[in-house]
Design a protein around this ligand. Structure first.
Ligand code: FAD
Length: 401
């Protein structure tokens, strides 16, 4: 038979082929990977790798031998087109592949600031190649301006400051990580990052990158400006949906799937950063960008292919590391809560923020409180109903035996 074709050699694509083999699938698997590296993990790119504490080899999920031994063919090429009727994928360089099942794991790409193509010193961070360039330039210039105070921008800010660089972060919103963190968590990270030397320009509008002779020279915003030769734009991502769209599949903010992660063509699935699916915990269609989401969705689709189709139901969780602190998020903290209860010690840098919607716990952010995070995952996964009034009892230390 034609076998499985996976488009995209990122976190989701890697996990899919591995899960298929570990769940006993012994048919043909082809993994289309268009980057010039074997599949690798992205989280360290803005953490240990940028610091110089991890090498290219450390990032790889597996060696070439691993794929050969497990009979997975890695094809270093792009999928250029899909024909759902004949079940074939056309490759961009040469040839085509037929499939029984096709998994779209095309990920997302960084948004770019318009009108600045080819300007030196304006960088982006998504790939290993990007991270190599960012690290080289950072070591050369010793200063950086980061546009966007989301997780990615702040992780880079934190590492850059620790490397001794002068760091400025410019953000449109009045606080850090405003899309998914509570005000208490934003404040804590701002204080700790400032203590390490990061300077913030919050609530800044009209940001524009200045350049001269093809080289970045500075950044201006309404109310201020700074000279720099290195600017990192961390202004969000767009899902890679063109391939699906051109094949006639439904696409909105992501490739749309049903609760089983299938597109309208039942033999074609979409997983990871590129997929928008109905999330039972959030009660709406979402597109998530996390390792957890990529891994669990890949496992779910692999199980369906070997014959155990179940709706995708995993609880979303996420982590970030900045200023020597670990932030962990379970469930939904994206601003739909009516009440947020903060427990912990701001001074000590250890607290959790519990988000309630209609007096039901829907999400928890924890900073240096891993126990709260694990408890939150357990509660939210089992869909146990916890009200704000029940919280003190939940957090009380267990009585001594
Ligand atoms: P990707 O990893 O983006 O992989 C998609 C791959 O498909 C890419 O290699 C792309 O080039 C390829 N591709 C696209 N189109 C085609 C085509 N037509 N043909 C062939 N190949 C194609 N998440 C966390 O949970 N915690 C973290 O701390 C964290 N830190 C991060 C730090 C950084 C710097 C970045 C960039 C991301 C981080 N993430 C983190 C997010 C996490 O890495 C992503 O959610 C995850 O990589 C998504 O996996 P994916 O396979 O869906 O997409």
């Amino acid at each position: 038979s034609a076998g499985i074709v996976v488009v995209g050699g990122g976190q989701a694509g890697f996990q899919l082929q591995q899960a298929l083999r570990s769940q006993g699938f012994d048919g043909r698997i082809s993994l289309l990977a268009d980057e010039p590296f074997l599949p690798y993990q992205r989280p360290p790119l803005s953490k240990a790798y940028l610091k110089g504490e991890a090498t290219d080899d450390d990032l790889a999920f597996a060696t070439a031998d691993f794929y050969r031994d497990s009979g997975v063919e890695i094809i270093e090429d792009r999928a250029a087109a899909i024909d759902p009727r004949t079940k074939t994928v056309t490759l961009s360089r040469a040839g085509s592949l037929s499939f029984d099942r096709l998994i779209l794991a095309t990920g997302a790409r960084n948004r770019r600031l318009p009108g600045l193509e080819g300007v030196h010193g304006l960088v982006s961070l998504r790939t290993l190649a990007n991270a190599q360039e960012l690290r080289d330039r950072l070591l050369a210039t010793g200063d950086i301006v980061i546009i966007g105070a989301g997780y990615l921008g702040l992780e880079v800010a934190s590492v850059s400051a620790d490397m001794g660089a002068s760091v400025r972060v410019i953000e449109m919103a009045p606080r850090l990580m405003s899309r998914s963190a509570s005000p208490a968590v934003s404040r804590l990270f701002q204080e700790r990052l400032e203590a390490r030397g990061v300077r913030f320009e919050l609530a800044s509008s009209g940001v524009r990158v200045l350049h001269h002779g093809g080289q970045v020279t500075g950044v201006e915003w309404n109310g201020g400006s700074v000279r720099t030769k290195l600017v990192l734009a961390c202004i969000g991502v767009d899902p890679n949906t063109e391939l699906a769209r051109d094949a006639g599949l439904d696409v909105a903010n992501g490739i749309l799937t049903d609760g089983y992660l299938r597109t309208a063509v039942p033999e074609i699935y979409a997983i990871g950063d590129c997929a928008a699916y109905p999330n039972i915990h959030f009660g709406q269609t979402v597109r998530l960008e996390s390792v957890q989401n990529a891994v669990d969705q890949a496992n779910c689709v692999a199980a369906a292919i070997v014959g155990e189709a179940r709706p995708y139901a995993s609880l979303p969780w996420f982590w970030s590391e900045q200023a020597g602190m670990k932030l962990q998020i379970a469930g939904n903290t994206t601003g739909q809560a009516q009440e947020i209860v903060v427990d912990g010690d701001h001074q000590a840098g250890a607290l959790s923020a519990f988000h309630f919607r209609d007096d039901v716990l829907v999400g928890v952010e924890s900073v240096n409180r891993p126990k709260d995070h694990m408890l939150a995952r357990k509660i939210l996964r089992s869909r146990q109903v916890i009200s704000a009034a029940m919280l003190p009892q939940l957090l009380a230390p267990a009585p001594a035996a």
